[in-house]
Design a protein around this ligand. Structure first.
Ligand code: HEM
Length: 428
């Protein structure tokens, strides 16, 4: 709890023990045994064995907040059914339309970002991510419903590491209340659609309600998983984008190479049109910047699993029921896996691409469903930001936000903007 409440973040707890005991250690948390493992070989053995010797398991408080029918918590068979249904929503066509939608949202936001504006990157990217998710999932675009969704999801995420104490003033209780309000809102949206009060929309929710060609999900499964996708795709992406802008700013050579590539893309004709998936595929250097930012930031720090039977890992006996966490952050910063792991060096890819060394989106049967979407969002944001602005960081402190389950900069990375598209700033 003291690590959660410190400026180094919850990972400090793991890191201390990793340095003290090595690549595999065991600890007790609230009466349960937790093992943390940080080798690519073990990651492969565990992540490739979903539903066999291992399955996913979150701590109870998280499971209660996201819901028992959430993809994040569902047991193997149930998970397979829900994942199969949700998978169809993440088609190439839906990714293509999403890229345009996200680009439109970024361009709309940038109209308010003029020279001299003070911007907290974390706040802006969170607003963008929330808008994009709500529009794609349920066609919510603005107003009270959007604000409610963003605020309640933030409250819910802040409760994920809290002690599961249900007293009105506790973080956990407030998180549960936030979940209840989101569920009530989803109930309302679903019943309006079913009764015909709301017009038909083209979004993920409608596809799940129509269950056209996909197995039918219960209302509870639909609601838990719409909420899951909002949680999975809001804070994670906002944090990743914020770290990426900070890393790029702190590495002049990366900035210069990236700028050269992005200006060429702009010159080739994207300036007044929306970016497309094809254009994003023509950004090899920016794609490496995105990957390197995800490695360095390790927004999701470990992947939680449970042993379904007794087994041996790294020469240690593990018992059925133990929580086995794959320490992705440690693998991402292991000098035997990545050379100079603390240096932001996008050019390390693809040479340094050992199997199971890049776990930002997990691997195997539980891999992030939104990973292509997330990478596309990061590329779009990077392109628009770097080709339209120079910026000066007002606070470069790397302290971590307390209580954050996904690694988040405490400062939010405030910057002062200079628009490179304003005529008077052309020579800046
Ligand atoms: C930079 C942004 C993102 C990062 C770093 C990230 C990372 C992850 C990770 C590490 C997992 C768990 C893998 C495991 O335990 O093995 C996961 C699961 C998941 N993510 Fe993402 N994610 C991001 C964005 C998104 C987006 C935009 C969506 C889409 C709405 C999304 C949807 C999901 C879903 C549905 C799961 C559960 C998959 C399953 O259990 O089958 N994520 N993500």
């Amino acid at each position: 709890m003291s690590a959660i409440n410190s400026s180094k973040g919850v990972y400090q707890f793991v890191q201390h023990r990793r340095l003290r005991y090595g690549k595999c250690f065991k600890t007790k948390l609230f009466g349960e045994t937790h093992v943390f493992i940080s080798s690519t070989e073990s990651a492969k053995a565990i992540l490739n064995n979903e539903g066999g010797r291992f399955s996913k398991k979150y701590i109870k408080s998280i499971a209660e907040l996201v819901g028992r029918d959430s993809l994040l918590c569902a047991a193997h068979k149930h998970h397979k059914l829900i994942r199969g249904t949700l998978f169809t929503l993440f088609s190439a066509d839906s990714l293509s339309s999403f890229v345009k939608l996200f680009d439109a949202l970024v361009l709309q936001a940038t109209t308010g970002w003029t020279s001299g504006s003070l911007l907290v990157i974390q706040d802006e990217t969170l607003k963008l991510a929330c808008k994009a998710m709500c529009k794609m999932l349920m066609s919510i675009e603005s107003g009270y419903e959007l604000d409610t969704m963003q605020n309640e999801t933030t409250r819910l995420c802040e409760a994920m590491l809290a002690l599961p104490v249900r007293l009105p003033w506790t973080r956990f209780y407030k998180g549960l209340q936030a979940r209840k309000r989101i569920m009530d809102m989803l109930d309302k949206v679903i019943s309006e659609r079913r009764s015909g009060i709301a017009s038909r929309r083209v979004d993920f929710l409608q596809q799940l309600l129509d269950h056209d060609g996909v197995p039918r999900l219960t209302d509870r499964e639909i609601k838990d998983n719409i909420l899951t996708m909002i949680i999975a795709g809001q804070d994670t992406i906002a944090n990743a984008m914020t770290w990426m802008i900070k890393f790029v700013d702190e590495n002049q050579q990366v900035f210069n190479t990236l700028m050269k590539e992005q200006l060429q893309i702009e010159k080739n004709g994207t300036r007044n049109a929306y970016l497309t998936l094809e254009t994003l595929n023509e950004m090899p250097y920016a794609s490496k910047v995105v990957k390197e930012a995800l490695r360095m930031a390790s927004v999701v720090q470990w992947l939680p699993r449970v042993a379904l039977e007794d087994c041996v890992i790294e020469g240690y006996k593990m018992k059925k029921g133990w929580n086995i966490n794959i320490d992705a952050r440690s693998i991402h910063h292991d000098p035997t896996v990545y050379s100079d792991p603390n240096v932001f060096n996008p050019s390390r890819f693809p040479a340094e691409s050992k199997a199971y060394s890049f776990l930002a989106f997990g691997m195997g049967g539980r891999t992030c469903l939104g990973k292509n979407m997330a990478k596309a969002m990061m590329l779009v944001f990077l392109h628009r930001f770097i080709t339209n602005y120079k910026w000066k960081a007002i606070d470069s402190d790397s302290s971590i936000q307390k209580w954050a389950i996904f690694t988040k900069l405490k400062s939010g990375y405030p910057v002062c903007l200079i628009s490179t598209k304003d005529a008077k700033n052309k020579t800046v």
